[in-house]
Design a protein around this ligand. Structure first.
Ligand code: ATP
Length: 483
């Protein structure tokens, strides 16, 4: 499993999916660049999300809000005061850890050793200390349970300190020294503060949703596992505004709908699971993670949260502007309160984690040996709609008019599909290159093509080949790669 992860990381680099940022300067920690194929795959994941959320739902619209926002927004949202990780340094190893993560590891160790009482007791003490922000107590717990889960073999720890995860920078033209702005740590607040703008200008009726895809920034202290935890990443978030009292119904709806979105890509459903939260943030009344089985265990890819009216109410308090919805239906029923602050169900998925999941799940080293004849291939079994390149067009040879014929076919199709033209090396080698980047079709132009306007089309997964008329290509490719 470790090998799979390592192989996928080097495969992603070798074929132009993901590069370390600033690599020629030895890299920048936990920041990554998407290469020529990575950018395509990422765009296709975004399209899949956008279509299924915005295009398929008449009551969901999409926006694109700015990364910079008024600093008060992060006060209202709780990020200035509460978006902290409690960190502790080991003085000997000079390594930094998240205090709660250290304790979680110890709880897991107790559980593994069958010491469930100890695990439960420690968990309770930890939660208590986290809730009351009792940092000295966290340190005591870490030291007390050192033996259960030795990290360095010493007790030489610093005090526990809170690290805010937001990046800040200066903005020139703001008055009275209050010129510190933050890079947004989530896209959701851009939706909340535009709630009324969108509702009014779009004449939206509750229940309705606002969706957005965009960059978010977090100064993660422990950033590792490739693009799993980055300092600059992208989120795809949707806030669904509902009438108070109906939130559980919608929470359950989105919980199901979002898992369906994942499994509709053909991924083995056994690789997914729900993780219902038992510890809830103070403003939430239900929360679940959709987890995927990565090589390093089940980890969160997406969160679905029932956030009550917390966010809109906070913005109402901090901005002094009413964040209310007038519900004509409630009024007609003769109920006195047609005005209310809507409740919110949020779905929030990390695009980069989804990307990682997608290539890990698609990657296969396939043994094609027959008898003594050894052979193998690396193949990315991506859903055709997600594949960066939909088809490769290959003239059998570089002469006798075959390249011209291939170009002619390419020109006909390239408005609709992202294609690659490849005339170098043997056909077998060209097939392998396309398998490695997940191209669902290879189209070979040979001498017969010049006579009868047919080509050989070879399928990535089955490696089967068939002869088809050039005129059919658009439909064959279109049928498989469309949503
Ligand atoms: P985690 O517990 O893994 O730090 P989180 O609970 O802080 O995640 P949310 O704030 O709920 O995450 O963000 C929603 C989604 O954004 C997550 O499910 C994840 O897919 C993604 N995400 C969060 N932080 C990062 C990051 N540093 N790098 C990449 N993706 C991230």
């Amino acid at each position: 499993k470790d090998d799979l992860f390592k192989n996928v990381i080097s495969h992603a680099k070798e074929y132009g999916f993901v590069f370390q940022s600033s690599e020629i300067y030895d890299g920048l920690s936990a920041v990554y660049d998407y290469g020529q194929l990575g950018a395509e795959l990422k765009n296709n994941i975004k399209t899949y999300w956008w279509k299924s959320m915005v295009q398929m739902n008449e009551n969901i619209v999409g926006i694109d809000s700015a990364i910079f926002m008024h600093p008060k927004i992060w006060k209202a949202s709780g990020h200035v005061d509460g978006f902290n990780d409690p960190m502790i340094d080991n003085k000997d190893s000079k390594k930094r850890y998240r205090a709660d993560q250290l304790l979680e590891e110890r709880i897991a160790k107790y559980e593994k050793d069958g010491k469930t009482d100890k695990a439960a007791a420690l968990e309770e003490q930890m939660n208590e200390a986290l809730k009351s922000e009792n940092l000295p107590q966290l340190k005591v717990l870490i030291e007390e349970h050192e033996i259960a889960c030795p990290v360095s073999g010493t007790r030489n720890w610093t005090d526990v300190r809170q690290f805010n995860l937001m990046f800040s920078t200066q903005m020139g033209a703001m008055a009275e020294g209050s010129d510190e702005v933050y890079l947004r740590p989530e896209t959701a607040q851009g939706i909340f503060v535009n709630f009324l703008n969108v509702q009014k200008s779009g004449r939206m009726k509750i229940p309705f949703g606002i969706a957005q895809i965009g960059k978010a920034f977090r100064n993660e202290v422990i950033a590792r596992q490739f693009i799993m935890r980055m300092r600059e990443f992208e989120q795809m978030e949707m806030q669904f505004f509902v009438r108070p009292g109906t939130e559980m119904e919608w929470y359950n709806y989105w919980k199901q709908a979002r898992l369906k979105w994942h499994t509709a890509l053909g991924t083995d459903p056994a690789k997914y699971r729900y993780h219902d939260h038992t510890k809830l943030a103070h403003y939430a009344n239900a929360a679940v993670d959709i987890e995927f089985e990565f090589p390093f265990g089940f980890k969160e890819v997406e969160g679905i949260h029932s956030r009550t009216d917390f966010d809109l109410s906070q913005h109402q308090n901090f901005s002094g502007k009413k964040m209310q919805y007038f519900d004509p239906e409630l009024n007609e029923e003769g109920k006195p309160y047609g005005n209310y602050v809507p409740y919110v169900i949020e779905t929030s998925i990390g695009l980069d984690r989804m990307f990682l999941l997608t290539i890990l799940n698609a990657y296969e080293e396939q043994d094609l040996s027959e008898g003594d004849k050894k052979d193998s291939r690396s193949v990315l079994r991506l859903h055709p709609a997600l594949a960066p390149v939909k088809a490769a067009i290959m003239p059998l040879t570089k002469k006798d008019g075959l390249p011209e014929k291939a170009r002619e076919i390419m020109n006909k199709l390239k408005l609709d599909f992202n294609l690659q033209y490849d005339e170098k090396d043997s056909i077998g080698k060209r097939y392998r290159r396309q398998d490695a980047i997940g191209t669902p079709f290879c189209i070979t132009v040979d001498y017969d093509s010049l006579q009868d306007n047919t080509v050989t089309i070879r399928h990535r997964d089955s490696m089967q080949q068939e002869r088809v008329a050039v005129d059919q290509l658009e439909k064959i490719i279109g049928d498989l790669v469309s949503w």
